[in-house]
Design a protein around this ligand. Structure first.
Ligand SMILES: Nc1nc2c(c(=O)[nH]1)N[C@@H](CN(C=O)c1ccc(C(=O)N[C@@H](CCC(=O)O)C(=O)O)cc1)CN2
Length: 299
């Protein structure tokens, strides 16, 4: 790796954000007599999802907020999932609702997510939240892309006029990331599996956000010298040499890209930890809005 490339420490940034969120909770408690509440719903027994849900619960409690965890079996029906979400919509102690994804294959994710009250949609995934983001109206912003934006602004300051390429067009990351970068006055291109000459396109970018879910797909010679590279991918490689687990890698060939980039997020320890910190941030914001208070400052 070239000396020069700055490694963006998402873990440290997220830890700092979580401290500031925890410091803001007592003022909310004093104003309302209660703590902000986050409900997380897990359907089925996907091991990675169970770990993420456990981490979210612990982080919520550590921030001084109320955590409500709901688990439904893998064979839960669409109606059961939607009935649980509707009951959380009606629960005044709940400011934020997150439905952990992916859902088991027989369930319709988009229909289930659309059941969530947009004012409690701390994952920013309902059609109303997506519409507000597209229109530039205050609302809830999906956690991972918001975390990427914070890391980019921390590194680059004003993003105005930067050429940004987002590789991937998922509802969870690619599409909202593009909307956020556009909102920050970048010139944004969204690339996907049908994009022609992807390496040439990425080579033009000042900012590259890789969110395709394909291990090390973005190569070092695709990166413009001095670009900032945000790697959203979290891919586990097959175990090597009798190891129990394979290595985690991103969607970017890290060592190659770090040799030319101005700055790059590592995997792990880059974007991943920002997801949970931004979920807490969104819960704090949702709680303030639901209580009729001004948005907390500095988030
Ligand atoms: N409803 C949602 N579902 C999912 C989301 C989401 O934002 N909303 N995102 C992902 C999973 N996710 C949170 O849910 C998540 C993924 C990764 C991390 C993280 O901190 N990763 C670490 C590495 C962890 C490891 O060692 O395996 C890192 O990158 O450093 C946090 C949260 C899908 N589902």
């Amino acid at each position: 790796m070239a000396a020069g490339a700055h490694i963006i420490d998402g873990k440290a940034f997220a830890a700092g954000l979580r401290v500031r969120i925890a410091e803001a909770v007592p003022a909310f408690r004093a104003a309302t007599g209660r703590a902000p509440g986050l409900a997380v719903v897990l359907v089925g027994d996907d091991p990675a999802s169970a770990v993420y849900v456990g981490s979210k619960g612990k982080a919520t409690v550590a921030a001084g907020m109320e955590s409500f965890e709901h688990r439904l079996p893998a064979d839960a029906t669409q109606e059961e999932v939607e009935a649980l979400l509707a009951s959380l919509n009606a629960d005044d102690a709940v400011d934020g609702i997150l439905l952990q994804l992916p859902l088991p294959g027989h369930l319709d994710e988009q229909r289930a997510v659309a059941t969530i009250d947009p004012d409690k949609d701390v994952d920013g995934l309902t059609p109303v939240s997506a519409g507000r983001l597209a229109l530039g109206i205050a609302g809830m912003v999906p956690c991972t892309p918001y975390g990427c934006l914070l890391l980019l602004q921390d590194r680059l300051g004003d993003l105005s006029g930067k050429d940004a390429v987002v590789v991937g067009r998922s509802i969870l990351v690619g599409k909202p990331m593009a909307a956020l970068l556009l909102g920050a006055n970048c010139t944004v291109t969204v690339a996907h599996s049908r994009t022609k000459d992807l390496p040439a396109l990425v080579r033009r970018a000042d900012i590259v956000v890789a969110a395709v879910g394909r291990p090390e797909m973005v190569r070092g010679d695709w990166i413009k010298p001095g670009a900032v590279v945000i790697d959203v991918g979290i891919n586990r490689l097959p175990p090597a040499d009798g190891a129990a687990k394979g290595r985690l890698v991103g969607d970017v060939a890290y060592a190659e890209a770090a040799a030319v980039a101005d700055a790059i997020t590592p995997v792990p320890g880059g974007v991943g930890p920002m997801t949970i910190a931004c979920l807490l941030r969104n819960t704090l914001v949702a709680a303030h809005r639901r209580a009729g208070l001004a948005d907390p400052e500095g988030f």
